[in-house]
Design a protein around this ligand. Structure first.
Ligand SMILES: *Cc1c(COP(=O)(O)O)cnc(C)c1O
Length: 335
């Protein structure tokens, strides 16, 4: 199983009316630092606040008539849950999002507002996932996972098409790397258009599951740690079917970042680009600021999302050292 450039082109036509084409802007401040042109793809401006809407829309629009009647289910409290709720509501499809009791009430309310039914079960993400599996068996709901699914990967890949259309001579593309749906899709699209363009994945050093899996030659378990880039947390799945192999075959390199470097990225995007961006969204910019990106340009850096706690954001941009940055020395220090 894999996803082709053609699958991504078809996905782009399928979701065209359901997503925003997001801006590509040239960053003078980062260009000066990098010594080559740096373009920012502002997917943080996407409806629901992240690129996850692309994959979710592409998957919802391919449900069969009977699947549409039954509805979809997932166990995400973050950007995937928001995107699925919105995409399903748009198509009048039932969406059930399962969460544990530990999820803060404001996150619950946000996903409810987007039209999803919420089920609060147990005390961990595992308990929530068990409820998902129960609903699949008992009610025939369709489980849509956040990354390891061909329709999700193809949807995220549409970003790669937009990048190459806006910057056809891109030499380096910087993309966030967690479960790898985003990186796999973008790398397929970008290299389908120009095989010489380098695609570099970027993760936080604290809990970089795909990086550890690539090093080990197969999916491995990595402990999830608190990080400013919380949307990059979680494993790749020990039974990964699709994204591990695609990332292994397509990514040219992986860069890891400390919490201090990620905070610098969030602060720079706010102060110099006037953009509110979450930790995960800022890692491409952070890698440039940290001097970790080889200088082949033009560079396109993806800004993948904006859903950050605004009090945490205020503390970061005002220069306060947060609890995350103090954890830098403890474990998984950046290479
Ligand atoms: C989900 C997410 C990512 C990572 O995507 P994967 O497909 O899991 O690698 C990056 N940034 C943001 C904002 C996200 O929500």
């Amino acid at each position: 199983m894999t996803v082709s450039t053609e699958d991504i082109r078809v996905a782009a036509r399928r979701i065209a009316g359901t997503i925003e084409p997001t801006p590509m802007v040239l960053s003078a401040s980062l260009g000066e630092l990098a010594g080559v042109p740096v373009h920012l793809k502002l997917e943080s401006r996407q409806t629901t606040g992240s690129f996850k809407l692309r994959g979710a829309s592409n998957a919802i629009l391919q449900l069969s008539a009977s699947e549409r009647r039954r509805g979809v289910v997932a166990a995400s409290t973050g950007n995937h849950g928001r995107a699925l709720a919105h995409a399903a509501q748009r198509e009048s499809v039932r969406a059930v999002i399962c969460m544990s009791k530990l999820v803060p009430t404001n996150k619950v309310a946000e996903i409810e507002r987007l039209g999803a039914e919420i089920r609060i079960v147990g005390n961990s993400q595992d308990d929530a996932q068990q409820e998902v599996e129960r609903l699949v068996v008992e009610q025939g709901l369709v489980m849509l996972p956040p990354f390891d699914h061909p329709h999700i990967v193809a949807g995220q890949g549409t970003l790669g098409l937009e990048m190459m259309q806006a910057v056809p001579d891109a030499a380096t593309v910087l993309v966030q790397l967690s479960g790898g749906g985003l990186a796999a899709g973008i790398a397929t699209a970008v290299k389908g258009i120009n095989p010489a363009t380098r695609v570099i994945g970027i993760s936080m050093a604290r809990g970089a599951a795909m990086k550890a899996s690539l090093d080990a030659g197969g999916p491995v378990f990595v402990e999830e740690l608190p990080t400013l880039a919380d949307s990059l947390g979680g494993g790749v799945g020990l039974d990964n079917r699709l994204t591990f192999a695609m990332c292994r075959d397509l990514l040219d390199d992986v860069i890891l970042l400390s919490e201090t470097e990620i905070a610098d990225g969030v602060r720079h995007l706010y102060r110099h680009e006037r953009e509110v961006v979450e930790g995960a969204g800022a890692v491409g910019v952070a890698a440039i600021l940290a001097g970790k990106v080889p200088s082949a340009g033009p560079i396109v850096a993806l800004v993948s999302g904006r859903n950050i706690d605004m009090d945490l954001h205020r503390r970061i941009v005002s220069g306060e050292r947060t609890e995350f940055e103090t954890m830098d020395g403890e474990q998984g220090r950046a290479a």
